[in-house]
Write a protein that binds this ligand. Sequence first.
Ligand code: NAP
Length: 317
Amino acid sequence: MEYIKLKNSDLIVSRFCMGGCPMGGYGWGDTQEQDFIDAINVALDNGVNFFDTADTYGLGQSEITLAKGLGNRRKDVIIESKFGVRIIDGKTIYDNSPKYIEEALEATLKRLNTTYVDIYTIHYRDEVTPLSVVVEKLIELREKGKIRYFGLSNIKDRDIDELKKYKGLFVNCQDEFSLACRKNEKALSKIEALCDVTPMTWGSLGQGILTGKYNADSKFDKNDRRSRDIYVNFHGEKLLQNLKIVEYLKQVASNHNKSIAACAIRFILDYFPNSVVLAGVKKPSQLLSNIEAMGWHLTNEEFVELNRLSFDVRSTK
Ligand SMILES: NC(=O)c1ccc[n+]([C@@H]2O[C@H](COP(=O)([O-])OP(=O)(O)OC[C@H]3O[C@@H](n4cnc5c(N)ncnc54)[C@H](OP(=O)(O)O)[C@@H]3O)[C@@H](O)[C@H]2O)c1
């Protein structure tokens, strides 16, 4: 395993963070809680000490399953959870109000069966609460010992000037980035450089397309979010471009005797050398295949070719 110290903190984390979105058991097809619990334990046994979740994943189910999987090993790990997205009567509402942050944290602590969250992250900004008010609340919660640090997520270019004022306070920033999605790379690079936070990438496997197990004829059930056009990696022109990347990834995987998923992850680890990669995992075999990404590098030629192929994707919508 490779480890890194998160900026502005004393947290030493694995560069692979187990993503908890599928653990919510919602919108990822048929899943079994026991598979997630087993995957968490395999992760722990293989040096993963960083776990990501959010109150909104499966409306809290992800946090509950994570707590079950960690059991009394909770004290050995870093848990990141997020607030700010509420589902009310089926509608998504963004809420960063201090009152709601407090309520959300109490519910998260209960579900996680813990007295503190290591990193508490603004999942999405709302359009009304000033950042100064959110930060003031987070500092208060830190002083009470309910959270240790705070993080950012889904930052837009336009937020960066404002965030610079809080340099030294946030430890990390999560944004979507992968060989299949490069639209946020400038924002992620800028926030790392100007706000001094550790970049983290979500959707690192392009929601699964970069693992090599899907093709142009793959179909998803209705209870799988990837059946919807909005999950562009699996539809139209973008899908075909992604499959070209996968063809080359197969070659890279064979060169290094690694899984295809590991090679997709390795590209990110090499592209952002101070980053942590998040990937959603549904079962132990996926976890093991993903952490094959650790401890080696792509050749320069492979890196350049993957970079080139993924730029093509960026230029198509
Ligand atoms: N901050 C934010 O706003 C935000 C947003 C989204 C996600 N996240 C975080 O980032 C994490 C990662 O993103 P994501 O889960 O959306 O997408 P992802 O990591 O790109 O894809 C995850 C999916 O890929 C498949 N998979 C994973 N490893 C595999 C392997 N080795 N072999 C074959 N298939 C594999 C699994 O689905 P199948 O087996 O069904 O294909 C899995 O559910 C999330 O879990 C969450 O913790 C954060």
